[in-house]
Design a protein around this ligand. Structure first.
Ligand code: ADP
Length: 312
């Protein structure tokens, strides 16, 4: 049994089960056609993956965070691990696969800021129910457990089930969504947080306007999720919290320059506040403020604000 899993002295405890990728980002005048070779203008290698981004967001926004995941035995893996440790994120449950390479995302961004992304899961695919079982102590010591769908579904299900067995609050960001979730998943989820596209894929219903998002959220609650938050980009969020009537909370008006990781900032912020015992409506309002700041800055993890920047 590990004596000291969470290293940060103050704040609620958040365990993130999820993906870590090295993002390889190139800028090109336009997206290439099949068979075409283009001259790009810039290259950057940055830490990413929804799990990693959400862990960093929760840590910057005041939580003590532990990460459960898997990197490869390579330079990318070492760099990703070091990046998390630099944010005071406990990586004792971040495993290293002896054979699978660290996950990568190959991202091409054109002059209109449109992108294409290819992700190779690599070591993220090595997160299994056994991984979760080996690190159950991390879940048992957390206040809030956060999962996404960039790691294998049986591992995510095992993490949610273990978290509920320990009586923890669970957040599922169903991203990427490929279809409806199996019926036995949603009863394990306290806060289901899809974006509009994911809400639509999960329900088969439109969800791009606040009114439509409410209908999708109601369908997801009927299917078993206790609370549903459909994020709507600049339109804010549709919230279905407990017995309260559905609410649409607009996002703060800002000049957005890069919305990468806006959703991850929202999730990390929500987790950090819930872990501190903040009531859900106030935690959601905090997440809206944090995510709005993130879109005013370039990059994924570099754009995530610190606790001192977000009014509580
Ligand atoms: P994702 O990044 O997963 O696609 P969204 O685009 O819905 O998710 O963004 C998540 C949250 O980030 C939104 O609910 C909102 O709070 C905030 N956000 C995103 N875009 C903007 C924007 N242009 N202005 C203000 N807030 C934004």
């Amino acid at each position: 049994m590990t004596a000291r899993i969470f290293t940060r002295p103050a704040g609620g405890r958040v365990a993130v089960v999820g993906s870590l990728n090295m993002d390889l980002v190139v800028r090109a005048p336009r997206l290439p056609q099949p068979g075409e070779t283009l001259a790009g203008s810039a290259f950057a290698q940055v830490a990413g993956g929804k799990g990693g981004n959400q862990a960093v967001a929760a840590a910057r926004l005041g939580a003590r965070v532990a990460m459960i995941g898997c990197v490869g035995a390579d330079a990318n893996g070492e760099q990703l691990r070091a990046g998390l440790v630099a944010q005071d994120i406990d990586c004792a449950a971040l495993e290293t696969s002896p054979h699978a390479p660290t996950g990568v995302a190959l991202i091409v961004v054109d002059e209109a800021s449109q992108n294409t992304i290819v992700i190779v899961a690599g070591s993220n695919g090595e997160v299994t129910p056994d991984t979760i079982a080996r690190h159950e102590a991390v879940l048992a010591q957390a206040d809030v457990v956060v999962c996404q769908l960039e790691t294998p579904p049986d591992a995510v299900h095992a993490a949610l089930a273990a978290a509920k067995r320990f009586g923890k609050t669970t957040i599922l960001n169903p991203a990427p969504a490929t279809g409806p979730l199996p019926a036995d998943w949603l009863p394990l989820v306290d806060y289901l947080v899809p974006n509009e596209l994911e809400a639509s894929v999960l329900t088969g219903l439109p969800a791009s306007t606040p009114a439509d998002a409410v209908h999708a959220a109601l369908a997801l609650r009927d299917a078993g999720a206790r609370n549903v938050l459909v994020t709507l980009g600049a339109q804010g969020v549709c919230a279905l919290l407990g017995e309260a009537p559905p609410a649409h909370w607009p996002a703060p008006r800002v000049t957005a320059i890069d919305t990468t990781a806006a959703g991850d900032t929202f999730i990390g912020a929500l987790a950090a506040r819930l872990a501190r015992g903040v009531a859900a409506p106030a935690a959601v309002q905090f997440a809206l403020r944090a995510a709005a700041i993130s879109v005013t800055r370039a990059g994924a993890q570099p754009s995530i604000p610190g606790l001192d920047e977000v009014p509580t």
